[in-house]
Design a protein around this ligand. Structure first.
Ligand SMILES: [Zn+2]
Length: 315
């Protein structure tokens, strides 16, 4: 079905499935998803702390009562996906929080996460985009193993562990439209460069847990399990799942090859921009990609660079 805007920053993208644009960094960059089934609702991915109020406001405006929200499920604990979990849980006193077993401790005590993020992004960025990160009380957290499911009234939503981008990542499947809410397991898309059924996607491979082999297996599994659409944490709905998985794998392989040839992380950034922009045929779109993606590339390059250093140490 075509997407339909239903409230400020909120769009209906499939039967009972909404996407909220959190506005993190810019519009069209980071999304949360809301699954609704007969008076039962779940929020998948939370955005940052500042997302909580506008998200719940948009849901109320659409007639989705806050009492119906039974679950808050960050796909992984990176702060653009889980930073707002504590703030949402405060505003939704009846909800449970569902998370990958390896992510739980970081939500009960986000201090280690905060230290890591401050080291990577700097204090100023942390204060501006993420602070404060509120802990979640342990007795409200449920952990999801692979191949389990989340219950929403009469609907069971399968859970798939999706390591590669991060070790502790999971995806949630809405069985009605076979849509996987994938967090960062299936690349990030650029709506400015979206073609109807082939959005421009890039692999997202940040430090410290990027693992190419796990990433590859996750892409294969998503295709094998017959997922019809992927709703990524960073943006447009992906409908050509097998073709997109093949493109992402080929781009990741190009990135690994570039890393082994590069002699610094800065050189790798440029090599990734050069190689990945070639996936766009139109020179104008290439220039726009370099302009937009140039802002996000450092994190991906850093993750691939750390992988490369480990390879060199091991050989
Ligand atoms: Zn992300």
């Amino acid at each position: 079905m075509p997407e339909r805007k239903v409230a400020d920053r909120l769009a209906l993208i499939a039967e009972g499935l909404y996407r909220f644009d959190t506005g993190y960094l810019r519009a069209g960059h980071t999304a949360c998803y809301i699954v609704v089934n007969n008076g039962h609702a779940a929020i998948v991915d939370c955005g940052v702390t500042a997302t909580a109020e506008p998200l719940l406001g948009a849901l109320e405006q659409t007639g989705i009562s806050l009492d119906s929200i039974e679950w808050v499920v960050p796909t992984h604990v990176h702060l653009d996906h889980a930073g707002g979990a504590g703030a949402l849980m405060k505003m939704l006193p009846h909800a449970k929080l569902g998370v990958h077993p390896s992510g739980k401790d970081h939500l009960v005590d986000p201090s280690r996460l905060e230290t890591g993020v401050r080291a990577l992004y700097g204090d100023a960025f942390f204060e501006r985009e993420y602070a404060p990160v509120t802990p979640v009380s342990e007795d409200r957290i449920v952990t999801f193993d692979d191949n389990t499911s989340l219950t929403l009234g009469s609907l069971a939503l399968p859970i798939m562990h999706t390591p590669g981008h991060a070790w502790h990542q999971l995806g949630v499947i809405d069985p009605r439209s076979q849509t996987l809410m994938a967090g960062d397991a299936f690349g990030a898309g650029y709506p400015e460069l979206a073609k109807t059924d082939q959005p421009m996607l890039v692999p997202v491979t940040p430090p410290p847990q990027f693992n190419p082999e796990a990433y590859r297996k996750t892409l294969d599994r998503i295709v094998r399990e017959g997922i019809q659409q992927v709703a990524p944490g960073h943006f447009p709905l992906i409908r050509d799942v097998p073709a997109a998985a093949a493109r992402l794998e080929a781009m990741m392989d190009e990135g690994l090859e570039a890393a082994l040839q590069a002699d610094s992380c800065e050189a790798l950034e440029q090599a990734l921009l050069d190689r990945w922009s070639k996936w766009l045929a139109d020179p104008e779109q290439r220039a726009l990609f370099e302009q937009l993606y140039g802002k996000d590339i450092w994190l991906t390059a850093e993750g691939v660079w750390r992988w490369r250093c480990k390879q060199k140490e091991a050989s």
